[in-house]
Design a protein. Structure first.
Ligand code: ZN
Length: 310
């Protein structure tokens, strides 16, 4: 005798329920931020794809994470908000489930080491966020143990669904959803790790340091502005990058887990408001009236000093 302890709910019905629920929440003033995936690729940008590839390389996750791919692709992550060291999300399943993921802040020692290794090698805030980085810097920031991405031990996850598995499919979907969100708002990775990305630019060993740090803190771009900026570039670059999908990378094994650098930098950079002197320097208008004269940037040192590869 067949006994179904939970009535079958069609996908369409679930979707309708979710939409009704979210409409109520919107009415109460909540800003709903759904994850929408176009096509099969969950994350296309350097930061988004690197996030997914990073998590896929841990054995703690490898047999649970894939369950989240279908979920995130079919729009089940109805809401995902990244705050300092936290992710809050709502995922639609048989019901709507509430998720909280807490991530330990990046240790101050690790952050200092990252800044030291990237010092003077990242041209601007825009380059950093668009992932236009040298191979050396990419290797440093994506390092499995000492890079910017969290280790599974630093990630605590909670979902209010009845699935007792340590990582249910809703949690897995949200982890992928974070990767997708980083495509549009890469600065949120730094917020998630509790560090100020402006400091990665500011550590150039010249007179720019103090000014850049100040400007980076005071005039950080809002997520929406960045989405506007990146919407253009990232969307255009995407088709040139067939090797990027992290979902497939995982299946091919460890060699493929290394994040794929973005396709060649776009020739035109979308207009961006001056953020820090490092950025303003590249535009035609002089930034601030009293910016100190910046010594001409010499080409970054060779990787001889970077013993930090893989
Ligand atoms: Zn769950």
């Amino acid at each position: 005798m067949f006994f179904s302890w939970r009535p079958y709910v069609s996908v369409a019905q679930k979707r309708a329920n979710a939409e009704r629920h979210l409409a109520r929440m919107k009415k109460k003033g909540m800003v709903v931020q759904p994850i929408t995936i176009e096509g099969r690729t969950i994350a296309r940008s350097f930061w988004g794809a690197s996030w997914c590839a990073h998590l896929e390389q841990f054995s703690d996750y490898d047999n649970r994470l894939p369950r989240g791919r279908t979920y995130v692709r079919n729009g089940s992550v109805c809401h995902l908000e990244i705050k300092k060291c936290e992710v809050h999300a709502i995922v639609s399943g048989s019901e709507l489930y509430h998720i909280k993921i807490t991530i330990e802040p990046l240790g101050s020692g690790k952050w200092a080491a990252l800044k030291r290794q990237c010092a003077g090698q990242i041209g601007s805030l825009l380059d950093l966020l668009q992932g236009k980085l040298s191979d050396g810097v990419m290797a440093v920031v994506t390092d499995k143990d000492d890079g910017l991405f969290p280790h599974p031990k630093q990630i605590k996850m909670k979902c209010d669904c009845p699935d007792s598995a340590r990582m249910c499919k809703h949690l897995a979907a949200v982890l992928y959803g974070v990767g997708s969100r980083l495509d549009h708002a890469p600065e949120l990775l730094f917020l998630l790790r509790g560090v100020d990305h402006g400091e990665l630019i500011a550590t150039k060993a010249d007179a720019l340091t103090a000014v850049a740090a100040k400007a980076g803190k005071g005039r950080r771009l809002k997520g929406a502005d960045l989405s506007d900026v990146f919407g253009v570039d990232i969307a255009q670059e995407a088709p040139e990058q067939p090797a990027a999908p992290p979902a497939r990378a995982a299946k091919r094994g460890k060699a493929a887990a290394r994040p794929v650098p973005p396709a060649r930098p776009p020739r035109k950079v979308a207009p961006v408001p001056p953020v820090a002197p490092a950025v303003a320097q590249r535009t035609s208008k002089p930034p601030a009236p009293k910016a100190p004269r910046v010594p001409r940037r010499s080409s970054p040192p060779s990787q001889a000093t970077t013993s930090h590869r893989g």
